[in-house]
Design a protein around this ligand. Structure first.
Ligand SMILES: C[S@@+](CC[C@H](N)C(=O)[O-])C[C@H]1O[C@@H](n2cnc3c(N)ncnc32)[C@H](O)[C@@H]1O
Length: 243
């Protein structure tokens, strides 16, 4: 299960259907918030994927660039209107450098946890900081670990129920390593599709400390992109760090 880390693996397994899995994501509020936080400046998205956030930001007039580990995800981005005009560098966003100084670096949808160790996540924060101009911001969207969802170290939950597709998730917890090994099971008339994704999870306070190690301070923490307060009950957070 441990194996070598491969920044291209997630995208390779899901690229052809990724865009059918994002309906429930709060894309409009994320784009509004990111547009405000960029304040007219250039944006770099770590894990740009198929351009769910990058393309609407570019359509609003911002200069947007990206890094992604998956050529397959970027190929989908290239098929979309405006997708050929977004510069994308293939590589691991924990270490890959691109030209330029950015007002905003974005890492959405829990993708910080795709990095397999604390060391790799700290490296990612440092890499974000290295791309920011003075006063620039690094925005991280992630869930708050919910260990209560596991019984005897495993969990099975229904993620979505539709007439065309049912999606469930099987997960195993390794609390000592802060790892969750998950496989989504997508059931359609065409058959079963298994979508593995492993997460080295971290609580918000650990991410704050990573930001400090990278020379940034937390400016905001909300429970979602609308800016709702982060509370005891929040299951996710949008955290904004400033250099
Ligand atoms: C959940 S998708 C999110 C895509 C897009 N940001 C969005 O909001 O729809 C995660 C993306 O991050 C990429 N990715 C995951 N780990 C990576 C890594 N270590 N380095 C570069 N890209 C990575 C995947 O290939 C995928 O495109």
């Amino acid at each position: 299960m441990a194996g070598e880390f491969d920044a291209s693996a997630y995208g390779r397994s899901i690229a052809d259907i990724y865009d059918t899995t994002t309906d429930a994501l709060p894309t409009d509020s994320a784009v509004d918030r990111l547009h405000d936080l960029a304040d007219g400046g250039p944006v770099l998205e770590f894990g740009i994927g198929t351009g769910r956030l990058a393309l609407p930001l570019a359509a609003r007039g911002l200069a947007v660039a990206g890094i992604d580990g998956s050529a397959e995800m970027v190929l989908v981005l290239r098929t979309k209107a405006g997708g050929d005009r977004v510069p994308v560098t293939l590589g691991d966003f924990a270490t890959t450098r691109v030209e330029g100084e950015f007002a905003l670096v974005v890492l959405a949808v829990n993708t910080i946890f795709a990095l397999p160790s604390q060391e790799a996540q700290v490296s990612c924060f440092r890499n974000a900081a290295a791309h920011l101009r003075p006063g620039g911001r690094f925005v991280v969207e992630a869930w708050v670990p919910d260990l209560g969802a596991f019984r005897n170290g495993s969990a099975l939950r229904l993620l979505s129920l539709g007439e065309d597709a049912v999606v469930a998730e099987a997960a195993r917890l390794s609390a000592a390593d802060q790892m969750m090994y998950t496989t989504r099971i997508r059931m359609t008339d065409a058959g079963l599709r298994l979508l593995p994704a492993n997460h080295r999870y971290a609580w918000p306070a650990e991410l704050d400390l990573m930001a400090r190690l990278a020379g940034m301070e937390r400016e905001h923490r909300w429970s979602d992109w609308t800016g709702a307060a982060f509370t005891d009950d929040s299951r996710a957070h949008v955290s904004v760090y400033r250099i």
